[in-house]
Write a protein that binds this ligand. Sequence first.
Ligand code: UDP
Length: 237
Amino acid sequence: MKEQYLGVNVSPLTYEGIIDSLRRRIERNEQSTIIAVNPEKVMTAQDDPEVKQLINEATYQIADGVGILLASKLKGGNIDSRVTGVDMMGRLLLFARDEDHPVYFYGAKRDVLDRAIEAIERDYPRIPIAGATDGYFDDEEALIQSINDSGARIIFVALGSPKQELWIKRNMHRLPNVLVFQGVGGSFDVFSGEVKRAPEAFRKVGMEWLYRLATDPSRLKRQLNLPRFLWRIIRTK
Ligand code: UDP
């Protein structure tokens, strides 16, 4: 059963729950989409019905961000651990390697993409990589052709939000053999080593946002969505 915060759906499934559910959907040849939900996206969705619809139409809305966890606690929901976009991508890479589903990487700058793939080939030996295209390549038709020709079953789209979700929505019907679409934002930057994740200690206590703010103060404006979101949740109790 999905939970809903300010009109935005969030799935209570864990990483394993999502992989199990995906496996069944792949067997039935059903396409699935995964989108990360955090307070920033929920707040954007308040002013933009298209974004709200995009999120709510996804197969899995994962609880990325400690704000969603807090909201679930406040509302008596069942979400008790984060499912981050970057870790979900890691689990999918393992799944792809173990069950032999070719993966495609689309997005990020060319050198970031190259370094991310190098790291993935090192950390997930024998993973079937179908292909990759950087996020500044602007011939959409050629890209669709290339993905279809590649035999990819899983695609990671790293263009930032909501650009990546719009791309998926616009193109998934033209990619009938791709069965899993994940919008992964800045995850290629993390896999490439370009962006460092917060140390484990910060992540464990739900303080990743503080680490990211300290290392990149320009995020303040985006992060103000966290208190705004919580305030709205409390008021609608
Ligand atoms: N990006 C891209 N093409 C674009 C715009 C952005 O490939 O036209 C990439 C950018 O290089 C970066 C990622 O999309 O790798 C966006 O990361 P960000 O952290 O902003 O995404 P978020 O997770 O915050 O949505």
